[in-house]
Design a protein around this ligand. Structure first.
Ligand code: SAJ
Length: 419
């Protein structure tokens, strides 16, 4: 547990947004003795959770939710209810021109106005551009004129902080408890109260700072990873051109005691690393050349890969292409910003027939379903029916494919796992 100096009177918690971060967060706090209500505008999700079921793929989450619901510690609803503390964990996507879209965040904050009372704590967990936590405070102050807010006074009725989530999809349950948390209060007291809340569930350290610093810290973490993956992806394009195996070169370079190059792949996907660096760019467009370049390199990677496959396919008589994996990374069901989808789109738009394999979904996403020539297939059917095999995601089932089944066919292994 975090430092014992933090003590909290909080007994009831409302978590706004029951997605990849909100649902595990709600469930963990419920399992540690808080009375938790999860709020989501999607009535189907709310019904599922109230039955003790979950709507996302995340190891160990199902059992924790089931236990918490069966004990009455966790339930879900579609509109906010009074609570001692509120955690906002809604998506913060970007617009088509890479500007932060704070629509869900502001709607979530506004939905709290009718139930807020003096003494309440609001924590923004969603990843946000610098200044957004303060903007939440300003907006709520306009909606709740009888309450005071921390952008305005050191001793407010409502305390507000940013405590960005840092959990890795696929390892959320362990990382929620173990990771250190950066907590940025709009006032120091807001930070302390937030640390006291997280001390209930977090074994890692709670590190206090300002809200703006916490906002930049979170964005920096994901931009750092994006820049480092871009380096690996750029190297792999260079290695391709020079006829060198990029994974072999990186493996050997990483034997240097101060070198640790990440893995190249089909590109960078997900709702975080492919999105968050743009929030920094939006705040400082003239001073973020490296961050912008990394985004460009990573966004170009799926097109580079598709170009190579199209070139090979041109040498064959209208080959069927098997694309293994549509998720943005291994062993999850999340297709958001997935580079695998871009690759399949490029292939289909070039007129190729694609057998797409994704064990975690039952139907193609609309952006692929609308294309001619793309079919969702089983791994077996794709391996039997295709003349070219492309590995886009290193799902466990694909890593275990019998190599004999690949023999004699052009293989594009974008993850370097069949080498
Ligand atoms: N990828 C590579 N090569 C690598 C590592 C990753 O191509 O060596 C690709 C993945 O295939 C995927 C993308 O990058 O398409 C991102 O995957 P990831 O596993 O690096 O990260 P996310 O997006 O699943 O989660 C990140 C994490 N941030 C950091 O590691 C700095 C997580 O801790 C954050 O909580 C999460 O973003 C978030 O919600 O912000």
């Amino acid at each position: 547990m975090a430092e014992q100096k933090f003590k909290t009177p909080i007994k009831t918690l409302a978590v706004i947004g029951l997605g990849y971060v909100g649902l595990p967060t709600a469930a963990i706090f419920a399992s540690r003795g808080l009375n938790v209500v999860g709020i989501d505008t999607n009535a189907g999700v709310v019904e599922m959770i109230n039955r003790g079921e979950i709507h996302i793929v995340e190891p160990d989450l199902g059992k924790i939710v089931q236990d918490a619901v069966s004990k009455g510690a966790l339930r879900a609803a579609t509109t906010p209810e009074a609570a001692d503390a509120f955690i906002i964990a809604v998506p913060t996507p970007f617009t088509d021109d890479h500007k932060p879209d704070l629509g869900y965040l502001m709607a979530a904050a506004e939905s709290l106005a009718p139930v807020l009372k003096a003494g309440d704590l609001i924590v923004v967990e969603s990843t946000v551009p610098v200044g957004a936590t303060e903007a939440v405070s300003v907006r709520l102050a306009a909606l709740c004129p009888k309450l005071s807010f921390p952008h305005d006074t050191e001793a407010p009725d409502i305390h507000i902080a940013h405590s960005p989530e840092r959990v890795l999809p696929g390892r959320v349950i362990a990382e929620l408890a173990k990771n250190d948390r950066v907590i940025g209060g709009l006032t120091p007291e807001c930070g302390k109260r937030t640390a006291a809340l997280y001390a209930i569930a977090v074994e890692g350290e709670c590190l206090l700072t300002t809200a703006a610093t916490a906002e930049l810290v979170k964005l920096s973490e994901n931009a750092y990873r994006d820049v480092n993956i871009a380096f690996a992806n750029e190297l792999s394009v260079i290695a391709d051109k020079l006829g060198i195996d990029a994974w072999e070169a990186i493996r050997l370079a990483n034997h240097h005691p101060r070198v640790n190059i990440l893995q190249p792949g089909p590109g960078v996907g997900g709702h975080c690393i492919a999105v968050d660096p743009w929030f920094i760019v939006d705040s400082a467009p003239d001073d973020s050349d490296l961050i912008q370049a990394a985004r460009k390199v990573n966004d170009a990677k799926p097109h580079h890969l598709a170009g190579k496959i199209i070139k090979a396919a041109a040498e064959m008589a209208s080959p069927v292409i098997a694309c293994l994996g549509l998720a943005y990374k291994a062993d999850i069901d999340d297709l958001r910003q997935s580079p695998a989808i871009t690759v399949v789109q490029d292939l289909a738009q070039a007129g190729h027939r694609v057998l797409a394999v994704e064990p975690h979904i039952d139907a193609l996403p609309p952006e692929l379903d609308s294309l001619d020539g793309v079919t969702l297939a089983t791994l077996d059917d794709a391996l039997n029916g295709a003349e070219i095999i492309v590995l886009l995601v290193d799902h466990k089932a694909f890593k275990e494919v019998d190599r004999d089944r690949l023999a004699g066919k052009p293989i594009f292994d974008a993850r370097g796992v069949w080498r």
